[in-house]
Design a protein around this ligand. Structure first.
Ligand code: ATP
Ligand code: MG
Length: 491
């Protein structure tokens, strides 16, 4: 396959416009200006619709700010910096102090559901992430400051600290607060509390406990707790049992691109994207919905944005080394050096796409096929299966271009897949006419609104179309259309 380059700057549209009406394959595309409003007839409606998703604990505004209010179930995950448990805030009928639950610490701490009773008697709609606190000290302020990146996806309500928990005030120039997005985790409560002895703690993470709970523990007595919705599995776990069709896999990749686009728009880089840090839930048809989680390594600095001054080797590049974009892994520290993270997450999505399309991630795998982000050549990238549509294969390849300036931005990459999934009709002719595109967008808007109203169950396809219509940008859509045309025209 010919390596496909990103259109030269001459093709990049500066003002809202559409690719031309009559295109001859030899000549550079002609661009016809269009009014921005023309392309986004229903954008406001879909932006609003995407905000309407309720959050867990929404109906319990003043609850959930203390660990004692929760019933904790099984351990559901463990990373390098935290343990995660299923949890619930009991209703009046379920009394966490009652006979059905063990209180492990006599007067303080959450109730813990007895082993074996969890699924049958109490569903656990929440997940609590208990950070391990080795270095932050034990004051709430120090904890919240040291672990502040974890709070980036926290809602305003999560941080309001009602009833005794410490209200968190962001320092000027500190981490940004991320606006909600359907493909990004929402932390619904965050608070500090004394570290309890939770199920499996003495076996799974004894060293992280405070000496009060384990004699050789190195942890402080207090730490940060984050409450989120409980998702059934991670992307890695999902792919361990399911083999999504190429169309479904394309929709999954698209969801990651939508999430990353939102981060970039907000001036935030996740820096630790990997299949363990992506959670999955299934819609009524068994179609997966992906959510990016674990912001512990993110770059979310209001003053520097996505440009990290890299003045010394002590500056943390963030995240896991294997899935670090080449411009990050090869950056050399020095006076005036800067790492630009604006295309780093989208590169990681390119690598994860291999896993989603059924192969092993080339930047993880062992053996001769293993690639290193520092040194790989684009020609060494393994081919995706022939069953994957050619446009999608070209897109994944373009995301993994070494030069960040050649990589499409997340918004453009997402629009490529939206056009591929829903816009085959308008892409089929050699030329793309303005009125056709506008007509198609209007028709998509009407159909999506109708689909959203007609069906009660949440449908991944409808949700994705709503995201597309809510984030229409003339320039990005034009670039996506140009990319697709250029790949299709390539020999
Ligand atoms: N909301 C959730 N619902 C279900 N499982 C979750 C949830 N959050 C986390 N997990 C599980 O817990 C694991 C660890 O969580 P997380 O990645 O946030 O911790 P971490 O210590 O910061 O990880 P890392 O090692 O990547 O730094 C996840 O890989 C996942 O299996
Ligand atoms: Mg993690």
């Amino acid at each position: 396959m010919r390596e496909v380059g990103w259109p030269e700057p001459a093709c990049v549209v500066q003002t809202p416009c559409l690719p031309l009406a009559e295109r001859d394959d030899q000549a550079p595309p002609r661009l016809i200006p269009a009014s921005p409003g023309l392309l986004c007839p229903s954008q406001a409606i879909f932006t609003q619709k995407n905000k309407l998703l309720p959050e867990p604990l929404d109906s319990k505004r003043w609850q959930g700010f203390q660990l004692e209010e929760y019933v904790i179930g099984r351990s559901i995950g463990k990373g390098c910096s935290a343990a995660v448990y299923e949890a619930t805030v009991p209703t009046g009928r379920q009394d966490p102090q009652g006979a059905g639950h063990h209180r492990l610490l006599t007067s303080r701490g959450p109730a813990v559901a007895p082993h074996g009773e969890t699924e049958a008697s109490a569903p656990f709609p929440l997940a609590i992430k208990m950070m391990w606190n080795i270095s932050a000290g034990s004051s709430s302020e120090a904890i919240l400051n040291t672990m502040s990146q974890e709070l980036v996806p926290a809602s305003r309500a999560a941080l309001s600290g009602a009833y005794g928990a410490v209200p968190y005030r962001r320092a000027k120039g500190g981490p940004k607060q991320l606006a909600p997005h359907p493909n990004i985790i929402r932390v619904v409560r965050a608070f500090t509390s004394s570290v309890p002895l939770l199920p499996g703690a003495l076996i799974d993470y004894p060293d992280m406990l405070p000496p009060r709970l384990h004699p050789s523990g190195l942890g402080h007595g207090r730490t940060l707790f984050l409450v989120m919705k409980n998702y059934p599995c991670t992307l890695r776990q999902y792919l361990g049992t399911a083999a999504p069709s190429p169309r479904l896999a394309t929709m999954m990749t698209l969801q990651l691109l939508e999430g990353v686009d939102h981060l970039v728009q907000q001036g935030i880089a996740h820096r630790d994207l990997k299949s363990d840090n992506i959670l999955v839930e299934l819609d009524a048809d068994g179609c997966p919905w992906l959510v990016i989680t674990d912001f512990g390594c993110c770059l979310a600095d209001a003053s520097i944005g996505l440009q990290l001054p890299f003045t010394s080797c002590y500056v943390d590049r963030g995240g896991n080394g294997c899935l670090m974009a080449p411009e990050v892994s090869t950056a050399c520290p020095g006076p005036g050096a800067v790492i630009d993270y604006s295309k780093a997450d989208v590169w990681a999505v390119g690598t994860i796409a291999y896993e989603i399309f059924g192969l092993s991630n080339p930047f993880y795998s062992q053996g001769p096929a293993h690639l290193e982000s520092r040194s790989y050549q684009e020609a060494q990238l393994p081919a995706l299966p022939e069953s994957v549509p050619a446009d999608t294969r070209c897109l994944v390849r373009s995301l993994l271009q070494r030069k960040a300036s050649k990589r499409p931005a997340a918004r453009v990459a997402a629009d490529v897949l939206h056009l591929k999934l829903w816009g085959e009709d308008i892409l089929a002719p050699k030329s793309l006419k303005l009125d056709q595109l506008v007509g198609w967008l209007l028709q998509q808007s009407a159909a999506t609104l109708l689909a959203g109203r007609l069906t009660e169950k949440s449908c991944v396809e409808t949700k994705l179309k709503m995201l597309f219509l809510a984030h229409l940008e003339c320039e990005a859509l034009c670039q996506a259309a140009l990319l697709l045309h250029s790949w299709r025209a390539a020999p």
